[in-house]
Write a protein that binds this ligand. Sequence first.
Ligand code: ZN
Length: 144
Amino acid sequence: MKMQNLYRQIIMEHYKRPRNKGLLEDDRYVTEHIRNPSCGDDVTIQTLLADGVVKDIRHEGSGCSICCSSASVLSEVLKDKPLESALEVSRQYKGMLTGEDFDADLLEDAIAYQGVQDFPARIKCASIAWQAFESTVKAGDDDE
Ligand code: ZN
């Protein structure tokens, strides 16, 4: 129960005071927008990649607390990571949501969404920001 309270605190903290929020007018960022009609969630993620590193992530959007907070958590957890590590965190996160084995240490604060796996209707809420992030790095992938 204690862990669940901690997780809820992380989620509410990011919902109330989102990090890295607000989009930038900067061509170097790759932007991806995703909607979740079932919940009204609407997320835009902007990623700045340089030298194989996620230099910056911005987000904007509206929706439920799970969705909005997860964009903020994502931006904080993935920022300054090498792209390969960021994609690995994303893979582990999706595994966690779908009840597969995952590496808790890699997830940092994103572990707070572990309980979402018990609420299938909310899995989409918790994953669209991550899905948008993956699209930004795939869209911006010119080198490989
Ligand atoms: Zn939602």
